[in-house]
Structures are given as C-alpha cells and as structure tokens.
Design a protein around this ligand. Sequence first.
Ligand SMILES: [Fe+2]
Ligand SMILES: [Fe+2]
Length: 371
Amino acid sequence: MSEIDLSKAVEISDGIHWVGTGTKNFLSRNAYLRIYNGSGKKNAMIIDPGPAVDLDVLIRKVSDVIGSVSQVNMVFMNHQDPDVVGNAPYLGRSNPNTLMLATEDTWRLVCLSGLDTSKFRAVERFKNMRISLPTGHKIQFVPTPFCHFRGACMMYDLESRILFSGDFLGGIACTQLYATRANWQGVKAFHQLYMPSNEAIRLAVRRIRELQPAPLMIAPQHGSIIRTEDIPFFLDQMENLRVGLDIITTFEDTMPQLIDGLNEIVETVRKTIGEESVRQTMRMFHADGSYPAIFSLTSEEKITEIKGDPIESIEALIRMFFRTCDDQQKSVLKSIILRILIARDLPTFDTLLTQEFAPEVEFFEDDSPSA
Ligand SMILES: [Fe+2]
Ligand SMILES: [Fe+2]
C-alpha cells in the first residue's frame, strides 16, 4: 500500500477520488471527489472540502481529475468544523451554481462564512433522507448526532457502497490511505478526545450496521479508509470504547491523584535518566501542532492535565521513558514507579512493571530410605 502516491488524487472506487492531504501530519484531512456520470448528465461533488490551508492541493488534485475545480457543482459537508468546510466558500464562488448539502444545524454555522443560502439544500428535508440524482445515482444521508457535532451527518453513496463518515471512524497518525487493524490505536485516541460519549458512538455504530446494503468501505475525514474486511472489527472496537465525558466522569475523583502520581514519576525518572532525556520524551507527546498534546504542561514542565484515557496515557509515558533507559536504570525505575503507584493506590500496570525475579527454588523430596 505504501506505493500509492498520495501527492496525487487517488481513485478509490469507480468515479470516486481521494483528494485529501496532510498524511505526513498527525491529523490528515481527507476530501473526496465523487463524479456522477449517467443518462447523458454529469455531476461532480466534493465531500468534506477541507480547510483553507489545503485549498491549493484540493484545486490541483481536483483539476487533475476533472479539468477544473469550476466543474464541481455539489458540496457535501458532514459538519461545520473549519477542517471540514474551510474551502466551501471558494467552491461556491468558483461555480455559483454549486449546491451545498448539509444538515440545518451544520448550515446555520457554515453559512456565517458568507455562503449563498439560496444554494443550500437541507438533507433532512429529503424524503427518507435519500435523493436520486439526474444521473440515476442514489444517495442516503445518515445522521450521527453528537459524533461529534449535534448536526453531524454521514453520506452513503449507494452505488459504490462507500460511506463517507466525517470525523466518525477518523484517526490520527495514519500515514497510509487504507487502514489496517493496527490503525485502531490512532482511531481510538482520536475518538477518546473528540467524541462526547459512548452513547453517541453506539447510535452511530448501530446506524452503520443497519445500512442496506452494507457498506464496502468507510471513508472518514481523517486517517485511513476502512475496507470491507475490517469494518466489523472497527465497529466492534468502537462500540465499547469509553470516550470524552465517559472518561472525564469516570476519573473525576481520581484525576488529581493520577496527576500528582504522574508528576512524582516524572520527577523520579528525571533524577534517574537526566533532565534532557525526560524533556525529549515529553516532546514526543506534543504531536506536530495538528493535534493536541496528551499532557498539558506548565513552563516548569509540570503536568496539569491528562487528555484521553489517563491510565493509558500514563502507561504510554512510562513505556516511552523505558525506551530511553538501559537495563539497570529500567530495573531501578520499575521498583520506584511501582512504589509510587502502590502508595497512591493507583493501578500498577502489571505487564509494564513486571519484575524479573530470580526463579523460584525447586525442592526435591528426599525419597531415599530413611535410616
Ligand atoms: Fe470535527
Ligand atoms: Fe475533522
């Protein structure tokens, strides 16, 4: 898969092109070009046109496929975040006949950027939230409330059976166009931070499972595209994921303890492996500006906030520290960290901190005849 040239538009299915960018960043942005051709008619739709900083790439990739960006006459927007809709005003100006499709909740905010309201079509006004295009193609709109915005809505292209899922099932640190199961960690981290609750996720998962016919691909606005064979895996994982408020309320009482414990661990590690190694490791958690750092730090490098699941975040940090240690330092640190965790009544990350004890002494019964 690594041979796919992501500097160019990539056709992911007949008439559907990935025209996104940012795959070298922590958080990539996927825009898609859907060309509908049939009954002597042609329509070109951009799905989630992306942020203004990606406009040059979008224009180049779209022009490579259809000659000019002014050929685009439909835009669909999952929700109103700037990373999704930043280029919608440009597309509206480059072809004033461009129809804008979104939910009313989304439009109410997107139109503040000066879009022509007469070109807006509210997807919830379509009968059964489905439309047929003059080319004969059918589209179904599937709302995913609070995943992560109130008016978020997926778009299901019924001919290709590709589901454009917006932020839902998006992921960070995905550098390849197509997902493998190893991408779950990045998908999980993204949802833990940006999705409000497991309840909202379950509703979205249920709606995807109910789609008839079942999708062959799920194409999110960030990260990698999920192919048929991996869809059940990602939906199953997602269904049980604790995110956003679930995490905040679960750790509400223990969070100060966790942060204090973590600061004590960092201080101990600093004394063992040195200031510079600690700083370098902490820097790795700062991503690249396209995504928030897992830990908020003061100027004295004291941790004040843990984002995402705190247990997993602490475990990830300890794991990173261990990578910079030699065996002897690691063994000393294991004992000290374990002591800190036990003293503060915090989880002890058994697999991470397992000590290599000397083997148990084997006894042999003396079966020689007694004297
Ligand atoms: Fe978003
Ligand atoms: Fe997004």
